[in-house]
Design a protein around this ligand. Structure first.
Ligand SMILES: Cc1cc2nc3c(=O)[nH]c(=O)nc-3n(C[C@H](O)[C@H](O)[C@H](O)COP(=O)(O)OP(=O)(O)OC[C@H]3O[C@@H](n4cnc5c(N)ncnc54)[C@H](O)[C@@H]3O)c2cc1C
Length: 379
């Protein structure tokens, strides 16, 4: 599908592919197994401009487009889905709302260090009772003088243990649900802020997933992001872009499954011939490739729409829903093609299988994506 890309996009993709193969691939399994955040990779990604691909150079970004960003997340996730989500959550869920909804002062204060990867970002929307029902926020922000006092706890924050800067949603008008929440920029050094439980997870174990506890955290009034009681809008617009990051992550996992399966099918001999000779294996590979291509095209289309400034919310949901289901199915088939060896840690496909599952859950479950798509059709 190279002909759909500009020369600049192809060059970026090839550069990221080389970086990922040389630097990420060799340590991916070990980091994942040891729940180890890949600091050195994230620092180097920052030096290469990968922590701020689709942001203007005047704020320290690489000045490229969103298609380039999705290509980069796919290439990185091809080798390590944990690294893919670390960069995606940082870029899509933190840099994007600050860039889109931030005041000039907020952009100048936060973006240069975030876009260069010197600081890491995390997005805190979810709470115990506010998962798919994201507007049911119980964390409160109360205005006292020229400060907001935040109290409550957030769950499942990707990069939560490492982040310096948080985009966090809190209730500013309790009882009004989606119409009474606001977004804030919170820094980890603000007194009263602390990290709670770190989740032990099925997959993407090299990325952290943390509880964030807020006890009388004093946030300066100038750190409100967007307008008062407009936090739900900030979160939903942010998640549209985030879903394309997750679609790209899922595409990377699916491609890993396909490439590893093709290699294995050619090498593994049973009944005196490579298993690639068997039609059952060929059909699985063909189906994996067909589905990957469909998901890639949906993700590319939504990314082009985003770059053109067109509404793309339903298209982002289509891309995320398709790509995540394709990744899950490709991982299941990849293990089948690898037989018993695929079930062991000697091959990467077991990691792909564990990693693929989360793409059907975070940034809106598959059921919520179907809801968004159906609403769009029926409106
Ligand atoms: C590893 C990981 C990383 C995450 N990272 C972040 C992050 O960085 N920031 C953040 O804020 N959150 C994050 N999350 C939270 C994630 O977005 C939520 O887990 C997800 O949105 C689902 O919410 P829930 O877990 O409460 O499930 P629930 O909302 O309780 O859903 C349970 C089931 O009910 C279904 N369901 C719920 N409502 C409906 C409905 N109306 N119609 C049909 N079915 C429905 C769901 O689809 C699902 O199958 C992360 C989660 C994980 C596991």
């Amino acid at each position: 599908m190279d002909y759909l890309l500009t020369e600049e996009q192809r060059m970026l993709r090839d550069m990221v592919s080389k970086f990922a193969k040389e630097k990420i691939a060799p340590v991916a399994s070990e980091n994942e197994r040891n729940h180890r955040f890949p600091w050195e990779i994230i620092r180097e990604a920052g030096e290469l401009g990968l922590m701020g691909i689709a942001y203007p150079q005047e704020y320290g970004g690489a000045g490229m487009d969103f298609v380039s960003y999705f290509l980069a997340i796919e290439e990185i996730s091809r080798w390590c889905a944990s690294t893919g989500v670390i960069i995606s959550a940082h870029s899509s869920l933190v840099c994007d709302p600050i860039y889109r909804f931030g005041t000039e002062e907020q952009k100048r204060k936060y973006l240069p260090e975030l876009l260069s990867g010197k600081k890491i970002g995390s997005f805190s929307l979810t709470e115990a009772q506010a998962g798919s029902d994201a507007g049911n926020t119980k964390t409160t922000a109360t205005k006292v003088g020229n400060k907001w006092i935040l109290n409550g706890s957030k769950l499942f924050a990707t990069n939560g243990a490492e982040a310096d800067v948080f985009v966090l949603i809190a209730s500013t008008d309790p009882g009004k649900k989606t119409k009474g929440v606001s977004a804030f920029i919170v820094e980890k050094d603000m007194p009263g802020y602390r990290i709670g439980k770190l989740e032990r997870k099925l997959g993407i174990r090299a990325s952290s997933t943390a509880e964030i506890i807020l006890e009388n955290v004093e946030v300066p009034e100038e750190n409100m992001l967007g307008e008062l009681n407009q936090g739900f809008k900030v979160a939903m617009v942010t998640l549209d872009g985030g879903r394309l990051g997750i679609a790209a992550q899922a595409l990377g996992i699916a491609r890993a499954c396909i490439e590893d399966s093709v290699k294995y099918a050619k090498e593994r001999v049973q009944f005196d011939q490579p298993i690639a000779n068997f039609q059952a294996i060929q059909w699985m590979l063909a189906d994996m490739w067909m589905e990957y291509n469909a998901a890639w095209l949906l993700t590319w289309r939504a990314s082009v729409m985003k770059d053109k400034g067109l509404p793309y919310s339903a298209e982002a949901s289509l891309a995320k829903l398709k790509a995540s289901e394709v990744a899950m199915d490709a991982a299941r088939k990849a293990i089948q093609i690898h037989g018993g060896y695929g079930y062991t840690e000697d091959f990467n496909v077991e990691r792909y299988y564990r990693d693929a599952k989360i793409t059907e859950i975070y940034e809106g479950t598959s059921e919520i994506q179907r809801l968004v798509i159906a609403r769009h059709l029926l409106k």
